[in-house]
Write a protein that binds this ligand. Sequence first.
Ligand code: ZN
Length: 412
Amino acid sequence: MQPWMSTPVPQLPGHGPPLRLYDTAAHRIRPTAPGPTARMYVCGITPYDATHLGHAATYLAFDLVHRYWRDAGHDVHYVQNVTDVDDPLLERAQRDQDDWVVLGMRETALFREDMESLRVLPPQDFVGAVEAIDEIVEVVSKLLAYGAAYRVEDPEHPDIYFDHQAAAHFGSESGYDEATMLRCAAERGGDPRRPGKRHPLDALMWRTAREGEPAWDSELGPGRPGWHVECCAIGLHRLGTGFDVQGGGSDLIFPHHEFSAAHAEALTGEYPMAEHYVHTGMIGYRGEKMSKSTGNLVFISRLRADQVDPMALRLALLSGHYRADRSWSSEMLDEAVLRLDRWRRAVARPAGVPVAETVHRLRAHLAEDLDTPGALAVLDAWAAETLTRGGRDVTAPGHVQAAVDALLGIAL
Ligand code: ZN
């Protein structure tokens, strides 16, 4: 698929310390150690509805990773998928008597616009499940041949499942016990009660054709792919194993990321699929997690239509820590508007207070597990001092403007 347009990223003098991120699998903050090209895979949208603030917060967090690595001198190979065929998309299309292909295209186009307006740097590879069917079929076929996947005993619908015991490190990504895994699988699109499976946890890899559903002809028989194998195939095909970061919202910890990792291990014999598993917190609104089931979604496109400055929106979402579950409120946006105004007035001054220490501290906060509240406080201090004391450094406003753009993605 065509990704969205990029914005230029200013080059700053010097570098910060290596980026450290919380790794879900290790239960602690660890340094990332990318090679000349850092490799990152972030799970993309299922395009049945518009991008809401929860999605935006996730992609913004990984945009900061992307930007920090670039600032550190790395190239970044960033891959993101689009789950453009799956149950939620088909169900929504049926509910609205819409064509699922057109619905997916429409919402993907809107997602691109939302990301562009928020100045999220685009992935190098933006890949739809439909365009990766051949890659996915190859993975499933190999896992069947290796005995790591099997067909359920159902003559009408002999769907293919992954035997979770085929990966020696199964469970190491989430660290969940079996009861938690079963609960999460049931809540998040798994089917622990499906008859004919070897084990309730085993995950769908290939769903054989059903009346009224799209299906692709393949050596597996006509059908469509499961979700976890989609990300495994798309990620491995472009990044290989042992890539630097696998990312997504914390609701992807299990089963999604666990199974993508297990598929990769059973397929390649290599472990781990990703060096870091990085997860973002959930955004709540009016006391509940923002989700389609509670109906409390705040859409980026709606806010844009209401003339909200996307930079204020970006700043509001960055004002909380990416890993924290946090609530959205209109007060957050009001505060961000005021903050943005102070920063813009400060960089519009002909001179400011010196910035070397400011940029150093900005990088240091971001390097420590993307401490954006700390990073924003550093910039608040510079802006407040410049606005009250003035300062004599004529290069300072330009430097701050470039640093805020390069590291935080905010155009002042
Ligand atoms: Zn994924």
